[in-house]
Design a protein around this ligand. Structure first.
Ligand code: DOR
Ligand code: ZN
Length: 336
């Protein structure tokens, strides 16, 4: 048997939802990950100190041994005082969704400049700004690139603020991020954007379980993301954007989101190994995200065993993006 042991991993962009399903989703993530930056686009959104605190407690109860890194949703009416109390409640980041850009973003932001005082306060408090960086009105394949100008405006207006360009999907964004200071600007990369292209989504039969925002793009985009993830560049680290929706929501209503948390680490190990870069996996999943956020690295370890297995067709009513995929590694231990 061959084993791979490394520092336990962080998922720096994770949706655990609210209500009854939260327990199952949190345990799925906790099987492989020590910590997860949990997204605030729940219903209702996490936008008050009380709701952020309560959400953290719920996750800790649901999945002992898993540490939620808490975020709040940036809503148009927010002010600097609220930012300070959210920080006191334990938040490490605030998430900006342009209005209407994705799932549960109807209450998102239209006037980004109006929020500059909020961004200033976040920088002063040492909070990270996470951005769903797409321009809602632009054509779908241009949506991310169309946001670059706004992204740079925020970065230049508040240069001391740490900003994460979430779920990078476009080769032009990889190039942009590389030009910016790595202690201030980073990008998360998901498993599904490393694996899939538009051809997988809609080249044959439509596969709604690969539909997400931003949409997966061309093989050139995917290859630029792979290069960024494999290169060890401190600008890029793992955030799954694992976003479960019940099967019916995906198949009947076309909801956006790929479910990957239960097997993401194993699929990453398989992908990195296939490209001869298994040695850089630990930096991507366990070090660079924590360093950018100024967090201590996990002391805990995770052990994977070389073993073939197939991603199941369903996890508690949710179809995983990689259903039926053969993987080469299995998590056998997380702890210590
Ligand atoms: O595909 C997505 N699903 N993209 C997002 O930005 C949000 C997520 C969700 O919450 O379902
Ligand atoms: Zn997300």
């Amino acid at each position: 048997m061959q084993y791979l042991e490394m520092r336990a991993a962080d998922d720096m962009h994770l949706h655990l939802r609210q209500g009854a399903q939260l327990v199952a989703y949190a345990r799925d993530a906790a099987r492989s990950f020590a910590r997860g930056l949990v997204m605030p686009n729940t219903l209702p959104p996490l936008a008050s100190p009380e709701s952020v605190r309560a959400y953290g407690r719920q996750i800790e109860e649901a999945a002992p041994g898993f540490t939620p890194l808490l975020t709040f949703k940036i809503l148009p009416h927010m002010d600097a005082g609220l930012v300070r109390s959210l920080k006191e409640a334990g938040a490490v980041a605030g998430k900006l969704y342009p209005e209407g850009v994705t799932t549960h973003a109807e209450d998102g932001v239209r006037d980004v400049e109006g929020l500059f005082p909020v961004f200033e306060a976040m920088a002063e408090e040492g909070l990270v700004l996470c951005i769903h960086a797409e321009s809602p009105g632009a054509p779908v394949l241009e949506r991310e690139a169309a946001f670059h100008e706004t992204f740079l405006r925020i970065h230049h207006a508040v240069p001391s603020l740490r900003i994460v360009f979430e779920h990078v999907s476009d080769a032009r964004t990889v190039a942009l991020i590389r030009t910016l200071p790595p202690d201030k600007v980073a990008g998360t990369i998901t498993l599904h954007h490393l694996l899939f292209t538009l051809d997988d989504l809609l080249g044959g039969r439509l596969n709604p379980h690969l539909f997400c925002k931003p949409v997966v793009k061309t093989s050139a985009d995917r290859d630029a993301l792979r290069e960024a993830a494999f290169s060890g560049d401190p600008h890029f680290f793992f955030g799954s954007d694992s976003a479960p929706h019940p099967r019916e929501k995906k198949e009947r209503e076309g909801a956006a989101g790929c479910y990957t948390a239960p097997y993401a680490l194993e699929a990453l190990a398989s992908l990195f190994e296939a490209h001869g870069v298994l040695g850089v996996l630990e930096g991507f999943v366990s070090e660079r995200g924590a360093r950018f956020y100024g967090l201590l690295l996990n002391e805990e370890r995770v052990v994977l065993r070389k073993e073939e297995w197939v991603v199941p067709a369903e996890y508690h009513g949710v179809v995983p993006a990689c259903a039926g995929m053969r993987l080469g590694w299995r998590v056998v231990e997380k702890g210590r």
